[in-house]
Ligand binder design. Structure first.
Ligand code: ADP
Ligand code: MG
Length: 385
């Protein structure tokens, strides 16, 4: 039994003196390739990781929802008859937002009580927030005797996070946490929300290395990149950069400033790489996938300028180790918004220890103790356990 599941059940029984009616889990995620493509209506290729947020839920008398957080040791209670307002406690707003927008979407919710516990590292770019939204939302649906389409659940989660928590995330995190298949990545078309499950080659695994580096102005840099992409799309006369390919990018570049051109080049080539990566996975071709991941990193470094030297060094060490030990089968790149965060490698599982040894041996930033490493295989989306 996962640690989060044990903690959620034990806390429920301790607090409410009875057993929960349902236990629900939802996973965190990493993005294998497709960075800063989501808000350009493009493609992303994430997979769910085997770290979950778990919700234990049962009936509550009255007209309120009660949520107990094991990780913060806090409790939130609010009525479902009155308008749901923001809590001063950040963690509580994910649950409140889910309740608010499920009700608004026409789902009558039963008064319930929940306990939540998570194994997804908080605030590390592995999307503990979407895991929390999907687990709470699905738990409320289950407890209230409804059914919900997973894409609708994801959209309600995104709305909760955008409008209630106040974080302007795309739809990737919620969609993958809601819809992932075990041992598969998922190609998402961020314009149509069409999702295709793509098998991860057998015996491969993900190594997720959290650099521990955060950038104080990453929100500002994110907004700046978005604005540059919108400017480039206007220059090319299209709705979004998704609508041009590399040929059109080159043919129409005159009159566009060089910086915006380079930003656009990242997005246009990254979309093409993401589609090619899905094909490579489908063909079981880890070598081709690895090349695409390396090119993605270089494009983020040189054209989109969202990496930092420590992250570049980590990616280089991991790619060198893959070349040396895995015969080039696999690759590494920064994942997430940039300026720190995580570097991932997808490579044969049997060589994960070699890659980790290489990192310890070669990484020169301060000390490597601030690195957190996690080996994961792609897990399944939100479900009842
Ligand atoms: P990420 O999604 O990358 O982990 P975010 O800042 O988007 O980072 O979300 C992290 C926040 O989500 C936490 O600070 C907390 O408010 C909330 N959260 C996530 N998981 C839990 C949990 N298990 N229990 C309570 N709150 C959680
Ligand atoms: Mg998040």
């Amino acid at each position: 039994m996962s640690d989060a599941k044990t903690r959620a059940i034990e806390a429920y029984v301790r607090a409410y003196k009875r057993h929960p009616d349902h236990i629900i889990r939802a996973p965190g995620r990493v993005n294998i390739i497709g960075e800063h493509t989501d808000y350009n209506d493009g493609f992303v290729l994430p997979c769910a990781i085997d770290k979950d947020t778990v919700v234990a839920i049962g009936h509550r008398d009255g007209n309120a929802i009660e949520i107990l957080s094991c990780d913060y040791d806090r409790r939130d209670i609010f009525s479902i008859d009155a308008d749901i307002e923001k809590s001063p406690e950040a963690w509580a707003n994910y649950g409140r937002g889910m309740v608010k927008y499920l009700l608004q979407s026409g789902y009558n919710l039963s008064p319930s009580r929940m306990s939540i516990a998570g194994d997804v590292p908080l605030g590390s770019g592995l999307s503990s927030s979407a895991a929390l939204e999907m687990a709470v939302g699905r738990a409320l649906i289950e407890q209230s005797g409804h059914k919900i389409d997973p894409t609708d659940l994801a959209l309600i989660g995104q709305k909760a996070e955008n409008q209630f928590v106040g974080c302007s995330c795309g739809i990737m995190d919620q969609l993958i946490s809601a819809k992932a298949s075990a041992e598969h990545a998922m190609l998402i078309d961020c314009r149509t929300l069409e999702c295709s499950a793509i098998p991860i080659p057998q015996n491969s695994a993900l190594l997720i290395v959290n650099s521990g580096i955060t950038h104080s102005n990453s929100d500002g840099a994110y907004n700046e990149r978005r604005a540059q992409c919108e400017k480039a799309a206007r220059h090319y006369g299209v709705k979004a950069l998704r609508d041009i390919d590399e040929k059109q990018l080159e043919a129409g570049k005159s009159g566009l400033d060089h910086l915006s051109y380079r930003r656009a080049r990242h997005v246009v080539t990254e979309n093409a790489r993401t589609l090619a990566a899905a094909d490579a996975l489908q063909d079981n071709d880890l070598r081709e996938l690895g090349q695409l991941m390396q090119q993605s990193h270089i494009s983020m470094r040189d054209d989109f300028e969202i990496t930092v030297p420590e992250i570049d060094q980590l990616a280089d060490i991991m790619n060198d180790a893959i070349a040396q030990y895995c015969d080039g089968k696999g690759g590494a790149r920064m994942t997430g918004g940039g300026f720190g965060g995580c570097v991932i490698a997808l490579a044969p599982r049997e060589y994960m220890d070699k890659i980790i040894d290489s990192i310890h041996h070669n990484y020169s930033k301060n000390d490597d103790k601030q690195l957190e490493m996690l080996i994961s295989i792609p897990s399944t989306g939100v479900n009842i356990i």
